[in-house]
Design a protein around this ligand. Structure first.
Ligand code: IMP
Length: 196
């Protein structure tokens, strides 16, 4: 089954393709002839992933999926949330957020705050034959006081998942994938696709 993934982020495409296996062939936006900057204007993860997937379905009538994810910090009322990529300001063209500046802003906003609980959340919207299905993955953890590790991306060096003593940035992709918010959402989607 062919599925278009509403992103040109090659990191995401490779990660998802390896999780989905050979039964599903992911197509990129460029491969289907879409060169648009797909709007992402909702204030929820569900809304953004639906908006991106719907954009493809309405123009191309292709089975497709889109995801939206971010970090939600309890003591900051869920911030940075949908603004995770652009927490410290709008990224320059071609960049998906300035991870270093975002982490520094987060540490600053958490200065003096004891409750460091947080979660990563991912919502995937899959559209098959015009019908949208949502799959959510959440990983709880805490934000540490200074960066640890150099793997991964985004807020990984500051996030230790519950039950672990290392950050996501200190884990290999093989270790992070099965427990991550994205991995959990993908697992739910695969289960659904197997039964479809
Ligand atoms: P998006 O879903 O690609 O739009 O990601 C939004 C932003 O959330 C990223 O740019 C990161 O700042 C953050 N984020 C999402 N998933 C992760 C993750 O697995 N590790 C670290 N940061 C993440």
């Amino acid at each position: 089954m062919k599925l278009c993934l509403a992103t040109n982020n090659t990191h995401k495409i490779e990660e998802l393709q390896s999780l989905l296996g050979e039964k599903f062939q992911l197509q990129t936006l460029n491969e289907i002839g879409c060169f648009d900057d797909i709007p992402e204007t909702s204030d929820t993860f569900d809304g953004n992933s639906l908006q991106k997937a719907m954009y493809i379905w309405e123009r191309f009538q292709l089975n497709c999926l889109a995801d939206d994810s971010g970090l939600e910090v309890d003591a900051l009322d869920g911030e940075p949330g949908v603004f995770s990529a652009r927490y410290a300001g709008t990224p320059v063209a071609g960049e998906h957020g300035n991870h270093e500046n975002n982490m520094q802003k987060l540490l600053k906003n958490l200065e003096g705050i004891e409750n460091r609980s947080a979660q990563f959340r991912c919502v995937i919207t899959l559209i098959t034959n015009g019908i949208a299905h949502h799959f959510e993955g959440i990983i709880r953890g805490k934000i540490i006081h200074q960066k640890q590790g150099s793997k991964g991306f985004g807020y990984d060096p500051l996030f230790i998942p519950d039950g672990y003593d290392r950050t996501f940035a200190e884990m290999n992709i093989e270790e992070k994938n099965p427990i991550s918010h994205r991995g959990l959402a993908v697992a739910k989607m695969i289960e659904f696709l197997k039964q479809a």
